[in-house]
Design a binder for this molecule. Structure first.
Ligand SMILES: O=C(O)CCC(=O)C(=O)O
Length: 214
């Protein structure tokens, strides 16, 4: 499978691409998300490690297990090869589902100085979003500072930088998931840290491990 570059924007290293996933693999990722205990998506409060639900982010999120779904392992490896950053710098892949009216208001993905989030893997230097279906209407990913709109289309994706050379928030990386007007929207997102990231164990595995160590 060959990745094709559709467009680029130098300011935030925005690369719009196709061919990283086949339509069948997109369907497989959606199915993994559907059977992985999705919860309402949250945002992180200011400079803290507290997250909360807000009307500015309306979607559900699931983190399918790498052990249970071989497709997750394959996608993580492919992303690592594509962007040239070690797989260990990736946060867990998330499958996000937006129904009509679902959106993510304008925000940054990177953390500000002093955030406890920086202690595990440093900042989110890159974001990778993979579009898993065609949205009937709406659901564009919008970057207002660089006047770019990405229309979700099955099997395409984007990659962009969140921090500059001084590790400061890249102003132009501000972005939003515009409201879905018709249909639904499925995406997979992976944040790439500066260094190795240690993923928290899911609650069911924590139980299993504490039972084993009793
Ligand atoms: O849904 C989108 O298009 C944007 C998602 C997003 O901004 C994010 O997950 O950080």
């Amino acid at each position: 499978m060959a990745v094709k570059i559709l467009s680029v924007n130098d300011t935030i290293g925005l690369v719009h691409f196709s061919g990283l996933l086949s339509p069948e693999e997109c369907t497989e990722l959606i199915a993994a998300g559907e059977s992985s205990n999705a919860k309402p998506s949250e945002v992180i409060y200011d400079v803290s490690d507290v997250s909360y639900e807000t009307s500015g982010r309306r979607s559900t999120v699931a983190s399918p297990s790498v052990d249970r779904y071989p497709i997750i392992k394959a996608v993580r490896r492919r992303i690592s090869l594509f962007i040239g950053v070690a797989e260990e710098n990736q946060e867990p892949l998330q499958v996000l589902h937006y129904t009509r009216g679902g959106k993510y208001d304008i925000h940054y993905d990177s953390f500000l100085e002093g955030s406890p989030q920086l202690e595990n893997g440093g900042n989110r230097m890159l974001t990778v979003l993979l579009y898993l279906n065609d949205v009937e209407q709406g659901g564009w990913t919008q970057f207002p500072h660089i006047m770019a709109n990405i229309v979700p289309s099955v099997g395409t994706g984007i990659l962009f930088r969140n921090i500059d050379a001084q590790n400061l928030q890249l102003r132009e990386s501000l972005h939003a998931g515009l409201p879905v007007i018709d249909g639904e929207k499925w995406i997979a997102s992976i944040w790439i840290r500066e260094k190795a990231y240690v993923a928290a164990l899911p609650a069911d595995r924590k139980d299993e491990i504490s039972r084993r160590t009793l």
